[in-house]
Design a protein around this ligand. Structure first.
Ligand code: HEC
Ligand code: HEC
Ligand code: HEC
Length: 395
């Protein structure tokens, strides 16, 4: 068979596979007559529970712009396929989810499907939210229906062809997406299962901390071993960030105790460091509001994950190391100490315990150096005597 002919056959096979996947996966999700879950709580209890879960899912960080109204959408996400905007999830009838039923909400969260049958993009982390239980979904929906309705249409997305064709997401889902509630592991304790549920389903750590393949799907075999994506830096520009390895590798959470992790998620600080960059929103808008037993469960689950080591790059030569040492001693050592050991009043340790410094990919560390590690700020009191300046004019 000639080379061209073989490629032609492959192309036909691919198109046929896509067409079949689009047809098979173009279901409209689930539907039913009665309520999705009947839990016997009072309306007040359901709303309080829904609010707690919506905070755990950090819906507000992605669905509220800096100056915008709560959950009115319009936040832009830069992806390798173009810009996509979050939607209005207030109960406005025309522009939000005011006319949705519980089943519509379930279908978006569990199956990534809109009421009109369109597929949603996984910039909305439904690959994690799919695991949220029916009972929790009902409470979250009830809470979202109770917040003020805002009339606001989101800006148009700017995705390149073929990614602007929502129908093709059926093919993506066929390859990479499994829907279904979280399954309890009988071999593990109740607390471990609670932690796994919170991390895997609601708080979606893996949406940022797991590497993705070229079609934007999380690579399960490298679960939580470090991901890369575009987000804003202090100057407002978008740059690559690395969400470091949070498995038990020594470059990950290996040196952090259960308490270090709890402190970090609950107070944005621990013995090693203070949060900065994109984690500020995760902690300040979400994890710090979780109750102690939930945060403890998350720490227990995360610390139980086996270490996944990142492949090491080529070691720098002596000349480059020498240059680095000189620059470090000149600009950094006063606060972080020449040893990198840090100082409780001046600056955090860099020699161990800082995941972004230990990561193979230095993108987040470089953002911290060039644009300064922005502190979480109010209501936290400043921790260090002097903030670290931006070095974008120096280097
Ligand atoms: C990482 C950012 C991110 C987080 C966190 C997030 N969303 Fe979204 N969400 C998006 C984006 C982006 C879209 C638009 C997807 C699209 O257009 O296909 C979206 C779409 C949706 C939709 C579909 C709306 C429609 O009009 O079809 C619903 C419902 C939704 N999100 C609810 C939630 C809830 C509830 C939470 C919290 C549990 C949440 N989202 C958390 C980014 C996010
Ligand atoms: C929106 C993306 C995003 C989500 C969601 C997210 N992270 Fe992160 N995380 C990052 C980025 C980016 C960094 C590196 C820069 C920084 O610290 O902000 C990071 C850093 C960290 C660090 C290392 C901090 C340091 O300074 O060395 C830990 C620990 C961490 N994340 C844990 C978690 C846990 C646990 C979750 C889930 C509850 C989570 N992250 C969810 C993006 C995210
Ligand atoms: C004026 C004192 C000061 C100087 C000089 C300084 N830093 Fe910092 N640095 C800090 C403080 C304070 C923080 C903690 C802020 C935070 O993480 O929110 C910090 C945080 C960091 C972090 C983030 C660590 C983590 O995981 O949280 C890195 C990386 C870093 N500095 C590297 C450098 C480098 C490289 C230089 C020299 C180019 C430097 N710093 C110069 C004070 C300083």
């Amino acid at each position: 068979m000639s080379f061209l002919f073989r490629h032609y056959l492959l192309l036909i096979a691919l198109v046929v596979a896509i067409v079949i996947a689009v047809i098979v996966f173009s279901s409209n999700g689930e539907s039913g007559d009665g309520p999705i879950a009947d839990h016997g709580y009072s309306q007040e209890e359901v709303l309080a529970k829904g609010e707690y879960l919506v905070v755990a899912g950090n819906c507000a960080s992605c669905h509220t712009t800096g100056e915008g109204e709560l959950m009115a959408g319009g936040v832009a996400f830069e992806t390798p396929f173009g810009t996509i905007h979050s939607t209005n999830i207030t109960p406005d009838l025309d522009t939000g989810i005011g006319s949705w039923t519980e089943w519509d909400f379930l279908n978006s969260m569990r199956h990534g499907i809109r009421p009109n049958g369109e597929h949603l993009y996984p910039a909305f982390p439904y690959p994690a939210f799919t695991k949220v239980t029916n009972e929790d979904l009902v409470a979250m929906f009830a809470y979202l229906k109770s917040i003020p309705a805002v009339k606001q249409v989101q800006p148009d997305n700017d995705l390149s062809f073929p990614f602007n064709q929502r129908a093709l997401m059926a093919f993506w889902k066929f390859l990479y997406f499994d829907s279904g509630e979280f399954e309890i592991s009988e071999e593990q304790t109740e607390q471990w299962n609670r932690g796994a549920y919170l991390v895997e389903a609601l708080t979606h750590c893996s949406a940022c901390h797991t590497p993705r393949n070229i079609l934007g799907a999380e690579q399960e075999q490298f679960y939580l071993s470090g991901g890369e994506y575009q987000d804003r830096v202090g100057s407002g520009e978008y740059r690559t960030w690395v969400a470091p390895n949070i498995t038990s590798s020594n470059r990950g959470l290996g040196l952090w105790s259960h308490e270090h992790l709890e402190d970090y998620l609950k107070t944005a600080r621990n013995e090693f460091l203070e949060s900065f960059g994109p984690m500020n929103e995760v902690i300040m808008n979400s994890s710090r509001f979780l109750n102690e037993s939930d945060v403890s469960a998350m720490a227990l689950y995360l610390k139980s994950l086996p270490a996944i080591e990142e492949p090491r790059g080529v070691a720098p030569d002596d000349q480059l190391m020498g240059q680095g040492r000189t620059i470090y001693n000149l600009h950094c050592g006063t606060c972080h100490l020449p040893t990198g050991e840090g100082d409780p009043e001046m600056a955090p340790k860099l020699n161990r315990g800082s995941l972004v410094v230990q990561a193979e990919n230095p993108a987040s560390m470089i953002n911290a150096i060039l644009y300064s590690p922005e502190l979480p700020g109010s209501p936290l009191e400043p921790r260090w005597l002097d903030p670290m300046e931006r070095f974008s004019n120096t280097f």
